[in-house]
Design a protein around this ligand. Structure first.
Ligand code: HEC
Length: 474
């Protein structure tokens, strides 16, 4: 079974805190969404009600050539034949994939269904999926203000990338050095994955010239374009700044009006692609279209927040691999660069000691850190990141107070659906506001449990957030 399906099942099981590693029927573990109050058309039909919902929320992934193209939902036949599967998967909140809960600030391009849309799909399926009259169909397209990204620059490898034969998930970085007469402001981008069935996610990082040595060392090191990279760009540079992401279903992205990321001559833009090779394995020529501002705009920056990662072994495992000192030695051997000191400096940076995590267990470990805003900030969006042991992620302003605001709440973490969320309205942080990042993990999800600390590899973990903000004073 493809890995992606397994992992999603495991995460669904977590809803009931019943940790099992089988892939049982999600219905056994996942409650139906309560839609009893929802307003539903008396006689829902495919053309009038269902087709517009599927087009808005499903077919970006469920059509030929897309990530879920093996389950098409973009024709009358496929929808009618799949009616009960559609109804079931939306009734348990499994589809469409949308990770932030309603506690989060409202986000652009929210894929989730309203209760009334869920109830409509369920009622249609219960009525044996009537077709209705094609004349009753109205296109939902204008509800999405789809933007056009002007092609000022294209990032694409000179030769197609042939995925690694030895892995099921291939993470690859491709570097592009900027040659610019004058600084440019990136205001919009569009990912155009080539082999959609393999494209799991993409990230655009900006790194300054200091990356040059690392790029020269790593690029093409295994005889193929780019290099293998996982939790970041894998170049041991301190200032990699994540400026854009793509996951299946992501529309072209424009930053808020009159804002952009400043790109200077010599900077690198590094594209990280995650290829999931469960369906197919083909040479890939993904490209990214960039649009620059016609004149200078207000500059964006990325603020990075981190919390300590101190994840003990599950209680039924005991051995040298469960020792923290051995864990530090292991990451030092793997990655060098003084990474063995990083877990301690994360603790110090949060004014914490290991004692603060004395209650962490392998079954339930948390990492949390408070940061006080030194100046007022305007925030436009947020991204949260953990690896595969993650269970939940929260980013909250002024926690434990009357004016607390949840920026991003992901109650059921899924490594495979990480997105950079852009708020519908900018959010203002005041000087002195506290921003708290909190991650939780379950080490029983690991195939190879050991004491886990911060690191870039699949078997290491992170607790990491970025906030897109306006550079102050503009
Ligand atoms: C962002 C991409 C995306 C969107 C949007 C999306 N899906 Fe899916 N869907 C997937 C992927 C990938 C799978 C296969 C892997 C899995 O089961 O998670 C899938 C699986 C399914 C399945 C089969 C589940 C099973 O395992 O039996 C159904 C049915 C389904 N989706 C219906 C829908 C419907 C209905 C919508 C819209 C309301 C929707 N999906 C929106 C990506 C998406």
């Amino acid at each position: 079974m493809p890995k992606i399906i397994l992992s999603v099942f495991v995460i669904i099981l977590s809803v009931t805190s019943v940790w099992a590693h089988d892939d049982g029927d999600p219905a056994d573990h996942h409650d139906e969404v309560d839609v009893s109050e929802a307003v539903v058309p008396e006689y829902p039909t495919y053309y009038e009600h269902v087709k517009p919902i599927l087009e808005l929320h499903c077919t970006a992934c469920h059509s030929e050539g897309q990530i879920a193209g093996d389950i098409p939902l973009d024709t009358l036949e496929s929808a009618v034949n799949g009616a009960s599967d559609i109804a079931f998967n939306v009734s348990i909140g499994y589809m469409p994939p949308w990770m932030p809960s309603d506690l989060s600030l409202p986000m652009q391009h929210d894929r989730s269904l309203t209760d009334s849309e869920i109830a409509t799909l369920m009622a249609w399926s219960d009525d044996f999926a009537p077709e209705g009259d094609p004349a009753d169909y109205t296109s939902p397209a204008d509800r999405f203000a789809m933007i056009e990204v002007r092609e000022d620059m294209i990032l694409q490898s000179e030769e197609p990338y042939e995925p690694d034969e030895t892995v099921q998930d291939d993470y690859r970085c491709f570097a592009f050095q900027m040659e610019l007469d004058e600084p440019q402001y990136l205001v919009a981008y569009e990912f155009l994955p080539d082999v959609m069935e393999m494209a799991h996610h993409g990230i655009i990082y900006k790194v300054n010239e200091t990356a040059l040595r690392g790029v020269e060392r790593r690029n093409g090191e295994d005889g193929r374009p780019g290099w293998s990279c996982y939790g970041g760009v894998g170049l041991s540079v301190g200032d990699d700044e994540m400026i854009g992401t793509w996951t299946p279903g992501t529309l072209p992205v424009a930053f808020p009006e009159d804002t952009g990321y400043k790109i200077e001559d010599g900077d690198f833009l590094i594209i990280q692609m995650h290829y999931n090779l469960a369906i197919t394995r083909q040479p890939d020529s993904t490209m990214v279209k960039l649009q620059f501002a016609d004149e200078p705009v207000r500059e964006l920056m990325t603020i990075q927040l981190t919390a300590p990662v101190e994840i003990p072994c599950p209680s039924d495992i005991d051995g040298p691999e469960c020792d923290r000192v051995n864990a530090l030695t292991r990451i030092d051997n793997l990655y060098g660069d003084g990474l063995r000191y990083f877990p301690d400096s994360l603790l110090r940076g949060c004014d914490q000691t290991l004692n603060d995590y004395a209650e962490n267990t392998g079954e339930h470990a948390i990492g949390s850190c408070d940061t006080t805003a030194p100046i007022p900030l305007t925030l436009y969006g947020v991204f949260g990141h953990m690896h595969e042991l993650g269970r939940s992620f929260h980013l909250e302003v002024n926690p434990d107070s009357d004016d607390s605001v949840m920026l991003l709440d992901i109650p059921i973490w899924d490594f495979h659906w990480q997105d950079r969320y852009q708020f519908v309205e900018p959010f203002q942080i005041n000087r002195g506001d506290v921003v708290r990042i909190t991650c939780s993990w379950d080490n029983t999800l690991s195939e190879n449990p050991r004491y886990v600390v911060w690191g870039e590899g699949t078997e290491d973990e992170m607790c990491f957030a970025t906030l897109t903000a306006l550079v102050p004073g503009q």
